[in-house]
Write a protein that binds this ligand. Sequence first.
Ligand code: TRP
Length: 329
Amino acid sequence: MQRILTGDRPTGPLHLGHWVGSLSQRVELQNDYDTYILIADVQALTDNFDNPDKVRTNVLQVLLDNIAAGLDPEKVTFILQSAVPQTAELTVFLANLISVNKLGHNPTVKTEMQQKGMDESVPLGFFMYPVSQAADISVYDANLVPVGEDQVPHIEVTRQLVRKFNGIYGDTLVEPEAKVSQFGRLVGTDNNAKMSKSLNNAIYLSESSEDLKQKIMSMYTDPSRIRATDPGTVEGNPVFIYHDAFNPDTDEVNDLKERYRKGTVGDVEVKQKLLAALETFLAPIRERRSKYDNEDTLMQILRAGTEKGRNTAADVIGRVKDAMKIVRV
Ligand code: TRP
């Protein structure tokens, strides 16, 4: 069986954007692949080193979000990144194989540096996290990496590092492939391209019915449409983007779109139907959350998965050291 490796930085609860970008693919692929999910706490610290409490408290939350989303803890291997020291070893070896200049061209890192105000002075750990991410993937011999679009440059760095490593030291590491979600990126409820807690524009997998209703009913729609009888624009309208992503009743969605374009449906009805669709979507997620929402259970899942991951990583690092002619004592 081929192996999947993907993961999340534990910096906050997972939201519908994570579902569209990555979680839905994981759930779909878990039966066909040996699936490893990384709780990337070391990477989370690269831009949260001064807020360790935030990372710590989100480790089990992100694990629970993954399980609630539908990943079966009986099948899937959940790994705590910091508890696999072989990843740090491989990061150091791979760091020899890429230039600072090349790392500086990574578009995702560049955007993040701007957003986080790191333009003037970027911490080395953050700047080189794509190398550490390449180690995350390679240290488990992963074949496939299901990710959102923003992660593609990192998988490209990984592929280049693997090719370079294998070229110099002989065939050792597996060259992985990215699997990018079909849907693309989900906008925030306010039409902002980025979802964040501070903007209050994200809907979480753990959202309560009350907050969900409030967020949906105040969602941004077509700003040029004043009355329900005005013809409206469907394309690029967040309410319809969400319908397309989360309402499986395509007849209903098409009917709403048609009437919206003609000006024979109000925003309220469109939003109420979206709310109903999201309630249906979230129901099984909430059920699984309540079943697994127990610290001991979650710790046990994480401990068992991490141990398994560490064994895989130890094998790979053994191969890596042999290939690099490192003296073993
Ligand atoms: N960079 C990813 C994110 O921000 C998290 C991540 C860490 C990851 N290591 C990974 C994703 C390895 C895929 C593979 O969401």
